[in-house]
Design a protein around this ligand. Sequence first.
Ligand SMILES: [Zn+2]
Ligand SMILES: [Zn+2]
Length: 719
Amino acid sequence: MILRVALDVPLPKLFDYRAEDVTRADIGYRVLVPFGTKHMVGLIIELAAESDIPNSRLRQAEKILRDVPPLGRSWLELVKFCSRYYQRPLGEVVGAALPPRLRSARPVPDAPCDFALAPAGRDALAAIPPRQRRLRALLTRLAQGPASVSELAAQARGARSLLKRGIEQGWIAAFVPERPAHRFVHAHELTDEQEQALRNLRRGFEKFRVSLLFGVTGSGKTEIYLQLIADVLARRKQVLVLVPEIALTPSLEAAFRDRFPGACIVTQTSASPEVERARGWMLAHRGLAHIVLGTRLAVFASLPEPGLIVVDEEQDISFKQREGVRYSARDLAIARAHIAGVPVVLCSATPSLESFHHARSRKYDLISLTRRAIHDAVLPAIRLIDTRVHPVQEGFTAPLLDALAARLARGEQSLVFLNRRGYAPVLACPACGWVKGCLRCSAHMVIHSTDQSLRCHHCGLGEPVPRACPVCGNPDLQAFGRGTQRVELSLKEKFPRTQILRLDSDAARTGRGLEDLLERAAQADILVGTQILAKGHHFERLTLVGVLNADGGIFSSDYRASERSFAQLQQVSGRAGRASLPGEVLIQTRYPGHPLYQALTKHDYAGFASSVLAERREAGFPPFVFEAVLRAESTDATRAMRFLRGAIDAAPSRSSAISLFDPAPMSLARVAGVERAQALLQSRSRPRLQAFLSEWSEALYRLPAHGVRWHLDVDPIEF
Ligand SMILES: [Zn+2]
Ligand SMILES: [Zn+2]
C-alpha cells in the first residue's frame, strides 16, 4: 500500500510512501517518514494502491505513531477546507494546526491510546472459531476493560496487526474515558432581555447556525454564552471558546473555572510551554476536556464531540494570522461549525462590519442586547474637546488638565490613553530636515527615553540617540510627536507628588509582567496606557478617560481604520465609571464633527456601522467585494515587482467578475531589509475568486522565483 502523507513543506502536494500492513483505519495518524536527508513527522491523509513515483524511488515510511489516536474525519475536513480556501499546501496547514510537540516523533505527554471492545466485538467474540486463538485472546482481554497498545503487545505476539484488523472490522474502538463530573454555578439572575436572547439562541441549537450576539458594553453577553455553554456541557458535548490574544489572561481562565467547578478546562495559546500545550491538546483530542479556551490557534483544537463554538470580541484583528497560513480564526470557526453541524456564536459590542452586514442581511441571526444588565454598569458621558478652540500644549488641552486635577482632588483615578508607545515617534534635525529612519525598514525610528535609545518598532533594531545630526552636524536634534513615555514625563511635571503609572508593552516587558503591572495600577492616581489597557480590566476608582491623538484612525489610508478606531475608543471608554461613580471620557480632536466621534458620543455603533457600510458599498470594498493579494518579498524591490508582473502574465484568463490590479509596494514597503510588494484581486463573487485563485496558485508554483518569496493572502487585512 501507499501512504499519502501531508508534510510541512511549501509544496502543494501530498507525499507518497510505501508501507506494509496498513488500512483505512490508519488515516489521521501521524507518521515518521524520511524526507531528503532528514526525518519528518507528517499526517496520513489517504491510502492509495499505486503511486506516480516509480517504485524504485518510493521510500518506506518509518513508523506510524499510534501513541496519539488518529485525527478525526471532521478535523481533517477542517484542515482541507483551510488549505483550499487560503491557498496553502495541506501539509503547511497541518503543521500550523498541530501543537509543536505533535510535529515531532517525541512522546506526547498524556497520550495513552487505550482501546476497548465495541458492541460488534462482543458478537464477534462469540462467533470466532477457537482456532483463532490469538484474536480470541485479544478480544477477551478487551472485554474485561480498556487496554493500551503496549499492554496488548506485551501480552501476545502480533497484537498490533490483530488490533488493526479488529479496528478495521469495527470490533475494537479507541477508548474514550468519561469526562469528570462538573457543575455550573448560576451567579446572576438574567434580565428579561437576556432571557429572551438566551431563548432565541437556544432555538434550533443542535445544528449549524451562526448567531451574532451584539450587545452594548455591560449588557451581559458573557453571562448569556456561559449559560449556553452549560446547556451544551449538560448534553455531554465539548465547547470551544476563542478570545483575542490580549484577553486571554489568567483571570479570564479563573473566571471560567469559578463558573464550571470540576470541569476540565484547557487553554491553548502560542505562549504556553510546549509540553503544557500538548497536554491540553491531548485532553481535548481524547474527549476529556469540557471546554477549550484559546486564542486563534485554538480553532484547530481536536474535539471529537463538539457542541458549540463561541468567538468573543469577534472583530478583534488578532484572530487573523499574519504569517504562514494566513487564516482568520473567526471565519474558520464558522467553517468548522458548518462541518461539524453545530452552532457558532459571535459576540461583540462593536462587531466587524462583515459580521454586522451578514446579520442585517439575515445570513446570521442577529441577537441584540440594548439594555445594561450588569448591576454596576453605566455608560460614561463621552465629550469631545475641540483642539482648534483649546490649543494642545505638551499633549494636553486645558479642559483635560482641569478634569485630571479635579479627579486628583477627589481621590479618583484617571486614565490617559494614547496608542503609541515610546517617547516620540520621530527624531529630526530642524536645520537640514534629516529624519532618523530605520536602516532596515521604511519606517522612522522611535525615541525611547527610558534608556536613551532609538528603536524600530517593526524589526526591533536599536541604537543610541546620536549627539548631532549626521548630515549637517547640528547638535540640536528635535523629538516630534509624543508617545506614552513623553506623556508620562509631562504629567509628572504638571502633577508632582502624584502617583503616575505607565502601562504599555514596554512596561509589561520589564519588571514582573503585565499581571503584576495591572495589580500595581489599582494604586496609581493617573494611568498612561495603550490598548493593552482597553479590555477587560476594571479599576474601581477610575472615573476619567482622556484620549490623546485619536485622529490618526479617521484619516488612515486603510479603509478598516475607522471601524477599528471606533471599537478601540468604545472599549477604552468602557473603563470609566460605575453606578456609584459616574465616568467621563474626554477626547481631544481637531474634527469633533466627524461622524465617528458623533456616533461615539451617542454610543451608537449600529448607526456608525450603517453609514460606513453604505460608504463601502459605494466604493466597492468588503464586505461587498471579496479580496485577496499576491504578495512578493525580496531583498531587491525590482525582483519582487518583476515576479508580480510575471505572475500577472501567467494568470489564467479571467472574466469581468475578477479585477486584478497592477502590483504596487505595500504601504510599509520594507521591513527588516525585505522589500514587499503586492497585487490586489477583487471580485463580487467569492466562488469565482476562489476558482481563479486555485488555478492561479498552480501556475505560481511553476513560476521561477529568483530570490523572491511569495504567498497569497485571502481576505487580507494589511495592504
Ligand atoms: Zn541636520
Ligand atoms: Zn526596522
